[in-house]
Design a protein around this ligand. Structure first.
Ligand code: FAD
Length: 312
């Protein structure tokens, strides 16, 4: 009846999503071990060992695990699952990549994007772009779960679990890491930022996006986000997209500028604590969920807001 939590990390630092997934794992009412799989990631294993509720760290370290390729990760996790009832991981790009393989190998259905644990075998998850919540119950002997971490608080770091080195099978070597291009930014990461300033189609151009959204984000120490229309129009690259097919964010403050509030966009901001919307159309759907509504032309209101913040 033990749970295996697969840690999210970059071989140097444990991603905060892991501590949040630990909350979900603890709600399953079974002991939790954490798998830290990667290469030269002993520091990450030590960081994970501190998470409250962790019984043991299983540290899998090998060159072929460095980039968390789905085939290699799934092989390690599936083998470990002989001793575990549940595999659980954040619903990040990595988790969404390797977990379906684990579920297929174990011949069970995956419980994706859970937002609450109602009982050890009963879970809440959003459907229809977050417009409805579904309660699902699993009767499978083994459970494979990905967690929408914006819904769970991070556990504290009061633990001191032992770290056990795992003997690994031969690599599968059916896929190969080639390269990755990551956008470099001094700003907070969009998915975990406490303030997000997002721009929509109304900005009208890449230049306006840079002129109106970036300084505001800079002043507030915020991450930048965008609607799909803004991304499709080329105002900013698609890794800034917020929504159903973009990133799901849960900041303390979300400022939506020139964004109509289509359901696909709202699906990504439902867990924001406070939403401020600037839109010239008082009937815009974004105002139905906004805590503060500024009706007017963004090209006038944003500079005023900017000046007011700078004069604070
Ligand atoms: P618009 O809908 O064009 O809204 C622009 C808003 O700006 C309007 O409300 C207008 O009143 C206001 N405005 C115009 N000029 C000014 C001004 N000068 N000052 C102030 N306000 C002004 N969208 C996402 O964002 N994220 C997703 O992940 C996503 N996934 C999708 C998945 C699918 C399968 C589909 C079909 C669609 C998806 N979309 C997504 C697209 C979504 O349906 C909308 O088309 C998109 O969100 C609209 O972006 P927008 O609000 O910037 O543009």
């Amino acid at each position: 009846m033990t749970t295996l939590l697969i840690a999210e990390h970059d071989n140097k630092t444990l991603n905060p999503a892991t501590a949040k997934t630990m909350s979900a794992a603890s709600a399953l009412q079974a002991p939790v071990d954490i798998l830290v799989a990667g290469h030269n990631c002993a520091d990450v294993a030590q960081q994970a060992a501190k998470l409250t509720g962790c019984q043991k760290i299983i540290h899998a370290d090998a060159p072929h695990l460095e980039h968390h390729l789905a085939e290699e990760m799934a092989q390690v996790i599936t083998a470990l699952m002989e001793d575990y009832t549940t595999a659980i991981t954040p619903a990040t790009t990595n988790g969404k990549n390797f977990m379906p393989r684990v579920a297929a190998a174990l011949d069970v259905m995956q419980l994706s994007d859970i937002t609450d644990v109602l009982a050890p075998n009963q879970f809440e998850r959003p459907i229809y772009a977050g417009n409805a919540l579904q309660i699902v119950e699993s009767t499978d002997e083994k459970r494979v779960i990905t967690v929408r971490t914006t819904k769970f608080p991070a556990v504290e770091e009061t633990g001191q679990a032992d770290v056990e080195l795992l003997e690994l099978p031969e690599p599968k070597s059916v896929s190969q890491y080639v390269s990755e291009n990551l956008s470099q930014s001094d700003r907070p990461e969009l998915a975990s930022a406490s303030i997000v300033v997002s721009g929509g189609r109304a900005l009208g151009s890449k230049e306006n996006f840079e002129k109106y959204i970036e300084p505001l984000a800079q002043t507030l120490g915020a991450a930048i986000g965008a609607s799909r229309a803004a991304v499709d129009a080329g105002y900013i690259s698609n890794d800034y997209q917020v929504g159903q097919t973009g990133k799901v964010v849960a900041p303390d403050l979300y400022i939506a500028i020139g964004i109509s509030g289509a359901i696909q966009h709202l699906a990504g901001i439902k867990d924001a604590q406070t939403i401020v919307a600037i839109n010239k159309d008082e009937e815009a759907p974004i105002f139905q969920i906004a805590d503060y509504s500024l009706v007017g032309d963004l090209f006038e209101l944003v500079p005023q807001l900017q000046a007011a913040l700078e004069n604070r």
